[in-house]
Design a protein around this ligand. Structure first.
Ligand SMILES: Nc1ncnc2c1ncn2[C@@H]1O[C@H](COP(=O)(O)OP(=O)(O)OP(=O)(O)O)[C@@H](O)[C@H]1O
Ligand SMILES: [Mg+2]
Length: 235
């Protein structure tokens, strides 16, 4: 039996601003097996980022439980959540958030200083196809290259899980394919469990499993019998 890595049960999330209460999640159940690549789809405001942030320990559920391996996040203190993120989770966002005054290598190497079992920063950059651009500053790299540096930075600590919120959202489709190729390679090579949020429904074809969100709920989930490599997806 495959190992269930993430188990999300009955998660709700409300935000209160003054008198207004927003229900971002209205009872979400989801499980991910180790090594599984999931794609999360759904309209704007349907709760995708909220769930991803709760799974990654950046935010807390209002009710319900979230477990990752033997970590029950629900009862964690801020300090425990920080430690959990540091040890287990890599994040990739739409905007790369690289430090402009550091080279690609230095941006990645920064993480290796606080990780417990990191790979070499050069190895991570090689993995994303940027070995020959290690000494470039972010401003000397294209958007797609900067995103690949951000992926190298996320994987260098060998996280169990990579959580990606619209990783190709700022890229054209050709560049997006390169970024998704890197994510698929990391998934295959390191068995990294992944959840990828996208507005591009075509990307569903690269996933093992697809979750469709609507109004704070998972409306539908499906498994792909056949996965396509990103280059074979028609955009
Ligand atoms: N910090 C917050 N305070 C108040 N409301 C919030 C907060 N974060 C999210 N929300 C609300 O929760 C709902 C879900 O937001 P979320 O960001 O998860 O949507 P999403 O599916 O990621 O949308 P998008 O595709 O536009 O990124 C929205 O109605 C949003 O306005
Ligand atoms: Mg979002």
């Amino acid at each position: 039996m495959a190992e269930v890595l993430f188990q999300v049960d009955g998660v709700t999330k409300t935000y209160r601003t003054g008198d207004v209460e927003v229900w971002a999640l209205r009872g979400v159940d989801l499980s991910l097996e180790r090594g599984e690549m999931a794609v999360l789809l759904g309209p704007s405001g349907s709760g995708k980022s909220t769930l991803l942030n709760i799974m990654g320990g950046l935010d807390r559920a209002t009710a319900g439980s979230v477990r990752c391996a033997d970590h029950e996040l629900t009862g964690f203190s801020e300090r425990q959540l920080t430690q959990f993120r540091r040890d287990h989770i890599g994040f990739v966002f739409q905007f790369y958030n690289l430090i402009p005054s550091l080279t690609a290598y230095e941006n990645v190497a920064l993480v290796t200083e606080i990780a417990s079992n990191p790979m070499d920063a050069g190895e991570a950059l090689d993995m994303v196809g940027l070995k020959d651009r290690m000494d470039h500053f972010p401003a000397q790299l294209s958007g797609g290259e900067q995103q690949r540096v951000a992926i190298a930075r996320a994987i260098v600590k060998r996280p169990d899980v990579l959580l990606c919120d619209e990783p190709t959202g700022a890229l054209d489709s050709k560049t997006g394919v390169l970024v998704l190729d890197v994510l698929c390679r990391v998934n295959a090579e390191f068995n990294t469990t992944m959840a990828i949020i996208t507005h591009n429904a075509a990307i569903r074809q690269i996933a093992h499993r697809v979750f469709s969100f609507r109004d704070g709920r998972i409306e539908e989930s499906s498994t792909n019998a056949v996965r396509l490599p990103p280059s074979a997806v028609s955009w």
